[in-house]
Design a protein. Sequence first.
Length: 490
Amino acid sequence: MSDTIDPRLDEKKSDHGFFGQPVALSNLFGVEMWERFSFYGMQGILIYYLYYSVSDGGLGISQASATSIVGAYGGTVYLSTILGAWIADRLLGSERTLFYSALLIMLGHIALAVLPGLGGVGVGLVCVAFGSGGLKANATSLVGDLYEENDDRRDAGFSIFYMGINLGGLVGPLLTGWAQNAIGFHAGFALAAIGMALGLTQYTLGRKRLRGIGATAPNPLPQNQRARWIAIGAAAVALVAVLSLTGAISTSNMSNIVIGLTIVATIGYFAVILTSRRITAVERSRVYAFIPMFIASAVFWSLFQQQFTTIAVYADQRLNRNVLGWDFPPSWVQSLNPVFIIIFAGVFAAAWTKLGPRQPSTPIKFAAGTTIMGIAFLAFIPMSGGGTNSAPVLGLAGILLLFTFAELLLSPVGLSLSTKLAPKAFHTQMVALFFLSVALGTAMAGTLASYYNQDNEVPYFTAIGLGSIAVGITLAIAAPKIKQLMKGVH
């Protein structure tokens, strides 16, 4: 047996050039930050563009249809991580897939900025959704590849990476909201396009720092199968076009369709992985452990992603946004959560690093995050019953602080968990499975929001909050069994 050690393993251990983390993390941090700037900047004004009247610069569609479109779009972003992961694992590798996905995102934002009406919305959101899906799965996978399996810096590294996401999420809605308020919606969309162009440029200049990580497809597709998959893709596009033209897919049912597709994809994906002959018994057990975590994650995101549906409407119609006689844009509310993330992400990262092996297990972190999200929705109840634009900003800020604590317990930890539990043959695709839970939750956030209005606030927030708390408690009870199935992963 050879005593030769792969020099890249030594590099991973000794590389502490970016806040104690591998220096390549800075490049992935940057491209994700600019992608999130464009993503959240655009999404912060999207729902208002859809349901504001034509005289106010919007498209004038119904509020229920607008929330359905936003939920379906958001769900499609995460659903398309499957495609991005498959392309990475079977065709291009993670690094090139990320690059081309970033380019597609930029083109989508340009379409929103220059094309009028629902046509521009359709072209732009499709490009952004599929591009973001490809970028998200592969950026996360590449971050995981920077570390060895038992590197204690991993969770802290993902928390720092997550801070980059929220730096973009903070500035994006502020600038696009200002541009929309001062100039118009298309100016806001143009700013999103500029942000993505900056991210693409930064990533291109720093690609060499990855030193070949993610450069090849780990499970390449045989050449003789490529024509078949191209035909399958073309048929899928044609089917969607026909269903849209015949009215089977409409603005009012989009989020429900994405929910159904995500459930089918999830069941299929778990079945493919669990029945594969290319995974070991230990890897199979770890995939089984991921199932209850997937369910809890989907519930969490069905509440958290209502920031862009229910809470966006709440900020527009129920929140008192008057400051010294000036009403700030409702999209600015979307920047509160990133502010809190920036403040507390380092605290959580330091805590996990300090505690090391003594930190709470991942199932307990997931249970706590889901429970806190339920409490956050119950906290809306004391502010219910007021009139239009009467709810205090500090009250909503406190609720979004709870959102932040829940998010830091679950989201970066979930990204890290998906890389730790992943079978070697399904490395990037396991990350895509985590994003499928986000897809399901995000689409559900669109559907759930259609039941919200000012007249039923108390029963709505009560049902949503108590349901999430029940899931969190159930997961905490099941945590010891889940830990056994994880086979040494913490």
